[in-house]
Design a protein around this ligand. Structure first.
Ligand code: MN
Length: 495
């Protein structure tokens, strides 16, 4: 998993020569101070480097080209402390390939009513300098995040934090590789999509591999590796009695460990960041990967079942965004409903592969039959996810465009025992309520597969959708179905 602190944002301030060198020196000093403050801020997980005070079209183009060519530069924060005539920015913004955040701030916080004079006004004039800059960005149809407020305000820092995490996921996707082991589940529609379009929009590549490529790695697992991994299972999870040493299904645990070792080695060798599998293509494998997929997800790999590469890549992106935050992100499926007079709920789960990052309590390691696929019983981790605010995110290919769909939900504590349910599960209340949320989700063509996030807000996904220039639809407490249907109609025209 990439460490966010390796990434850097370039802080660039625009101005012009009109003000004389004395003012420009001050502009530079203020910019450095702000960049340093952001760099030191705990809320901002990446480095912030003051790069340049730009006053000519040539300087602007130069810094934009340099940002393009700097591998660990996730994007730019641009600010016009003074007026910066924006025609100077046209060429630079045209060649810039990195995302940017327009920080609409002002060095000085409050107006010094007693001492304010024209010198003060001319120095602290981002109120109109940033408007001139905003015009040219809009005229060039540039997607960007505009953050408004004083640079020391916690709200501003939080918005920069969100954008920096999203830009880090965006950078990660530029070299991202999704391995598809086997094809999509036969006849399934929503997991299909245009892989070429996805690479153009998101950056990651998607390629298929035969199960035999993976089986070779599984067969290469050594006795020593298997022993060590099983010891790890024994320390981290509550093993069901039949899987313990001497238990009658101990061999299933050995097979599961071999699959994890092989899968990990396959992914490392190919430098993959996400993967998919399908229960229909398992030739040469003893079990469908359960615990293996779950643990690899917990380590930061993107994953989705049944060949769903779009969701696998989304899980990876959201894991990069959430790096270091409390709570987790997991592949998820809307599984079954609880229609009740006390309120309708969704029980989310999958056949096996829910990421243990969404559980802070006890995780059991169990083995049960799968029912489909015709292989041996797979070992899996079983647990209840933590309660709390969360969301489901999905990307679907609408034909000619990708659509991001987000539904804010509230995860709830599961108080029943569920003694016969052999999979990890999450119970949630979909906002504003299941009746509206499910209608809205279905009308937008949202998938049954999602990434369930406990630590990312809709703003992260909004920033991401804008960064990669795709449609975004949100379903939340405020959703009004009439307005929502119009949004879908309007978006169809726009895209
Ligand atoms: Mn599924």
């Amino acid at each position: 998993m990439t460490t966010l602190s390796q990434n850097e944002i370039w802080f660039v301030t625009g101005s012009q020569h009109l003000y004389g060198s004395e003012t420009l020196e001050l502009v530079k000093a203020h910019s450095k101070e702000i960049a340093q403050y952001l760099d030191n801020a705990k809320q901002v997980p990446v480095q912030v480097k003051f790069k340049a005070l730009v006053t000519t079209p040539e300087e602007i183009t130069e810094v934009c080209l340099a940002a393009n060519n700097t591998k660990n530069c996730i994007g730019l924060v641009l600010w016009m402390h003074t007026f910066s005539p924006a025609k100077m920015w046209i060429n630079g913004l045209k060649v810039l390939h990195k995302p940017f955040l327009h920080l609409h701030t002002q060095y000085n916080a409050e107006i010094p009513w007693e001492s304010i004079d024209m010198d003060f006004m001319n120095l602290n004039q981002s109120a109109h300098g940033d408007r001139e800059f905003g015009f040219i960005c809009s005229r060039l149809r540039k997607n960007r995040k505009v953050v408004v407020g004083h640079w020391k305000s916690p709200k501003v820092l939080e918005k920069i934090n969100i954008w920096a995490r999203v830009a880090s996921a965006h950078l990660d996707a530029q070299t991202g590789k999704v391995a598809r082991i086997g094809d999509n589940m036969r006849e399934v529609a929503v997991t299909e999509g245009d892989k070429v379009e996805a690479q153009i929009k998101f950056g990651y590549s998607i390629n298929g591999y035969g199960v035999g490529d993976l089986v070779e790695h599984i067969n290469n697992a050594t006795e020593q590796q298997i022993k060590q991994l099983i010891e790890q299972y024994e320390t981290e999870y509550e093993l069901t009695p039949t899987l313990k040493a001497g238990g009658e299904q101990r061999n299933s645990l050995v097979e599961a460990a071999k699959i994890e070792i092989g899968l990990r080695s396959f992914l490392e060798e190919g430098k993959f960041t996400a993967f998919t599998d399908t229960f229909e293509n398992l030739h040469g494998m003893a079990q469908l990967p359960g615990i293996a997929a779950q643990r690899l997800m917990a380590d930061g790999y993107g994953f989705a079942g049944e060949g769903d590469w779009k969701t696998a890549a989304l899980v990876r992106a959201m894991k990069v965004m959430a790096n270091g935050l409390e709570g987790g992100n997991s592949f998820m499926e809307d599984y079954t409903y609880h229609f009740s007079k006390n309120g309708d709920r969704v029980l989310g789960s999958h056949m096996l592969e829910i990421c243990p990052s969404i559980c802070s309590g006890t995780v059991n390691c169990e083995v049960h039959p799968l029912g489909i696929g015709g292989k041996e019983d797979p070992v899996r981790l079983v647990f209840n996810a933590d309660a709390g605010k969360a969301l489901n995110a999905s990307i679907v290919d609408m034909g000619g465009r990708m659509r991001m769909l987000v539904n804010e939900v509230v995860g709830e504590e599961i108080t029943e025992e569920l003694p016969k349910l052999p999979v990890a599960r999450v119970l949630w209340n979909a906002l504003p309520n299941l009746e509206v949320a499910a209608q809205a989700w279905i009308l937008a063509g949202g998938a049954h597969h999602t990434c369930y996030s406990q630590n990312l807000s809709a703003e992260y996904l909004q920033d991401y959708a804008e960064m990669v220039d795709i449609e975004m639809v949100t379903i939340d407490e405020q959703t009004d179905l009439g307005q929502y249907k119009n949004t879908l109609r309007h978006n169809d025209k726009v895209y």
